[in-house]
Design a protein around this ligand. Structure first.
Ligand code: PRX
Length: 633
């Protein structure tokens, strides 16, 4: 296990839900719901009734070709039908679906009806560009209405979307585009960040030089960054021109429950990022059920998840979950502390946000500015808070609970992954909470903590976190790599899904997630593979070889520490350090935060040539390096 992750073993406090929270909740008894979920096929079948199907399924779960599970076999449906079209003939027709707000204070509201029309125009436009069912469309966009419209337009016509997070840069962008052989890219002139405009078009232009499959680039005029936008090349077209004159009606493509819905790349311990494949039917059932129960979505809610749409949390719980439930989702573009550290609380007050979902790193960052900022605003509209992305340390949990939740609002610590598609270990509002524990598997999900062989470890002992039964929103494979899908997740510990996290279970059956067991870094909640960072360093002319580990950071959780073997004649001085930082920024983007660089003469390796990062981590912390029998030099 990586030893620098935050370990939360001794927290004993228990927080009970208020009577008001329980009375209001859809699910009033957490433990009963968990019991109900034990008959998991029946449980998910019941939940699937909340979705509109064009044709009902023949079988809930097909396990005949493990680990290639199928859910709602032969069911036919469409996500955009469920997230948008179905609300048009209900009382939600003129309800706000998307409330877009940015750090400059601009806002834009789209009702379900307006969203319906915009999605249809874009769906027709994509068809005109020749996009067919099953083909991939990519987005490199800021948090903006056009991103959401484009995603829903894809799912309407059965195109597969593959969003590239706009905080990733050229190298990472090119890799994702080429792996998925993308034909159409949708990008923008820029994004607002801390009073500046980040020129996304420039990054996209550089990436496009290396993306031969892309035939059309659609450009959203989002920031009016006119200078850079004056000339478009032959294959580029403005978004507003593209949709101009398109009919505001478009039929939904009937999709099989198992038809691919989207691709989303994420990092593993080795090699290039993996294309996680999610499919249509089960994803909708899993995501809408978990959001409804865990965030207790009610008709009068204003729901805000601060995650970027470029990550799975943005897919499942900024867009799809809320829209599948017909709620209003607030989409925010900007940083948490701009123009000042009260920015988020000001928005909560202004719009009356009721459900708020963010990451521990953001809480830790805002905590540093003390209690003052949340106290300036009236944030008493909040009823449920959530966190996701990394373990939350009890100090941050308590700060959040006291200062944002005012000791009356429960915190849903949700453990899940790009692969799982939906919340997997998380409480419901009626649960007793322990700060730092994501509590228990959500109803309908089964998880355990086991040793290398798959045997459950004694309570209180650390082990591998595994999921023991299939779940509806599970990923179905890795894009064009079934072998890796089997090997990385299912073969190590046979019969179960290995999550790649270490955890322990306490005497009450609560899970305490301790961090990754592999060489995946979590920098401010963002997932980055050490091997990606190492190859980015390796592509700089001064570097012979690099080894990367995570170094604990009080706000970001982890940052990068790199050990570098430099070419003859290079010194690790200010100029080269700046150059290397710039190089990593260019290759990977600002998500790859460098904490420390160290010049070394050699790297510890096994006889087969694998870098022993364990030894580097121990050395870095001044600890005993342990067993070195497999070390070559
Ligand atoms: O290590 C776990 C951590 O984030 C990983 C998944 O990262 P990603 O696929 O980027 O998805 C993040 C958002 C769902 C997990 O393997 N993680 C996520 N949520 C938690 C967490 N660790 C502890 N507690 C959580 N609530």
């Amino acid at each position: 296990m990586k030893s620098n992750t935050i370990v939360l073993l001794d927290e004993k406090r228990v927080f009970k839900p208020s009577v008001e929270t329980v009375e209001r909740a859809h699910v009033k008894n957490w433990e009963n719901e968990i019991e109900k979920g034990k008959d998991f096929e029946k449980y998910w079948e019941e939940k699937a009734e909340d979705i509109d199907w064009f044709q009902k399924w023949d079988k809930v779960l097909d396990e005949s070709n493990k680990p290639f599970y199928k859910w709602f076999v032969n069911g036919k449906t469409n996500l955009t039908h469920n997230a948008v079209d179905r609300w048009i003939n209900t009382e939600k027709r003129n309800k706000v679906a998307i409330l877009y707000v940015n750090e400059r204070g601009d806002e834009k509201k789209l009702t379900y009806y307006e969203l319906y029309r915009e999605v249809n125009k874009m769906a027709n436009a994509l068809k005109n560009l020749g996009v067919k069912k099953g083909e991939t469309v990519s987005m490199y966009l800021p948090m903006c209405p056009e991103l959401i419209i484009s995603l829903l337009a894809c799912t309407k016509i059965g195109a597969v979307h593959s969003v590239v997070y706009s905080g990733l840069s050229v190298g990472a962008f090119v890799e994702r585009m080429n792996n998925a052989k993308v034909k159409v890219l949708i990008t923008a002139d820029g994004t607002y960040r801390r009073g500046k405009i980040i020129d996304l078009k420039k990054i996209s232009d550089e990436a496009m030089l290396q993306c031969p499959t892309v035939e059309t680039v659609v450009v959203v005029k989002h920031t009016q960054n006119e200078i850079k936008m004056s000339e478009l090349s032959g294959k580029e077209i403005f978004y507003d021109r593209l949709v101009e004159g398109e009919p505001a009606e478009c039929e939904c493509e009937p999709m099989d429950a198992e038809d691919p819905l989207f691709l989303l790349y994420t990092s593993g311990s080795t090699g290039k990022p993996k294309g996680i494949v999610h499919t249509t039917g089960g994803y909708m059932v899993g995501v809408s059920t978990t959001l409804k129960n865990i965030f207790d979505i009610q008709p009068d809610d204003l729901y805000w998840c601060t995650a970027d749409i470029g990550w799975i949390t943005g897919h499942s719980y900024v867009i799809y979950g809320p829209l599948l439930l017909g709620t209003t989702t607030l989409v925010y573009e900007g940083a948490p502390d701009y123009p000042d550290p009260g920015a988020w609380w000001k928005i909560v007050e202004k719009y009356g946000v009721t459900k708020f979902y963010t990451a521990p790193t953001a809480i830790r960052h805002l905590m540093r500015f003390g209690d003052r900022y949340p106290n300036i605003y009236n944030i008493s509209s909040l009823r449920i808070l959530g966190t996701v992305g990394e373990p939350i340390n009890p100090e941050a949990w308590i700060w959040y609970y006291k200062n944002i939740g005012k000791e009356k609002t429960p915190i849903m610590d949700t453990w899940w992954q790009t692969e799982t598609g939906m919340h997997m270990i998380a409480p419901l509002p009626s649960a007793d909470l322990k700060p730092g524990s994501a509590t228990k598997p959500v109803p309908g999900v089964s998880a355990d903590v086991v040793d290398e062989k798959g045997n459950p470890v004694p309570l209180g002992t650390g082990g591998h976190l595994v999921i023991t039964k299939p779940w509806p929103a599970m990923f179905r494979t890795l894009y064009e790599d079934e072998e890796k899908y089997k090997n990385v997740y299912w073969n190590d510990i046979p019969g179960v899904y290995k999550a790649g996290d270490m955890a322990r279970k306490d005497k009450d059956g609560y899970f305490w997630i301790q961090g990754r067991s592999d060489d995946v870094l979590k920098i401010a909640g963002h997932r980055i593979g050490t091997s990606e960072v190492e190859s980015a360093f390796g592509s700089h002319p001064a570097v012979v070889e690099a080894a990367v580990i995570g170094k604990a950071d009080p706000v970001k959780g982890e940052v990068i520490k790199a050990f570098l073997i430099l070419k003859e004649g290079y010194q690790l001085k200010t100029k080269l350090i700046e150059e290397l930082k710039e190089h990593i920024r260019y290759e990977l983007g600002p998500v790859a935060v460098i904490g420390e660089l160290e010049k070394v003469d050699s790297l510890p390796k096994t006889r087969s040539g694998k870098i022993m990062r364990r030894i580097l981590r121990a050395r870095d912390k001044g600890e005993d390096v342990g067993d070195t029998s497999t070390l070559e030099e």
